[in-house]
Write a new protein. Sequence first.
Length: 328
Amino acid sequence: MQGGRSSLHAEKRRFDAVLAKRALSCKDLRRKKSGKNFLRGANSVTWVNYVCTNGKHYPLEFRRFQKKDLCDGLEISFKDHTVLCQELIDYVCQHNIPGTFAFDSYFTNAPILNYIHSKQLGEGMPRGYVGSLKFNRKLEYKGAIVKAAALAATIEPANRKFMQVGDLNQWYFTCTLHIPDVKHKVRILIIWHKKHDSQPSIILVTNRIQWEASRIVRAYRHRWTGTETFHRDGKQQLGMGDCQLRDSEGQTRHMYLVMLAYSLLMQQLGQGHAYEWAFQKLTTIGEACRAILRETLRTTLNWVMERSTNPFWTRDRMFVHLGLQQNT
């Protein structure tokens, strides 16, 4: 009986380690101070992205946030960011997508943390999350209610432990505690750049209370991999910010096309060989876009040159065929 129980715990630890390498990154892209946004009528867009074990990441789904007065004018139900995030969590769970949710302090609130923890994986484990805490967030520590920054200030340098993740050296303190209104125990991880720093660089929270510090950090890093790079490449390379449509259905289609193009390009990255059409190994979305542009230009020129000696293919006919001139 004891041996069976040990093997069950070992299997759960292996399953937990696999989940730590997969992440579901959530991000809310809010309207910039200039008042401009890449979707007209949307004050922000909430995304969920999947980060694979091999480092590739794919956008899964998004929700558009609209202010209450706009929803009232359109006669549609108002949904705040918490509800929209919960809808994305439901989307992930309904499609049985594994991984740990990673998000910034904007989503680290009790309703979302409780909602994620209430969802279960196939092994009976609750869905995991890693998020950053605001420094003024209240915590229950040793029977007292203290702010996260105040707790960090009480940690003497002698009690801070060294941690190296990749090439980055940091110092940390970790403990399990409760957060008001959060219905389960959590682990917090306070991180300083240097041992004697007075202020921490970041405070993380997770419901994976058995995880060591380095695993928590690695899971949280996927937040950048999943959403920030997609937002950057989507706007710079794929026209995410060029949508001029006012109709919400048209905007939604535009965003899904951007997501599809990004996913197809991401699939081509990091291959062990260079594709014949690319002439090089592709490592970034920008390189993939430029390679496709060169290949399109090359095949178009070949098509024109092959028909240049055929009297049937006049210059005007080729222009019309390529969509560069109207048929008169």
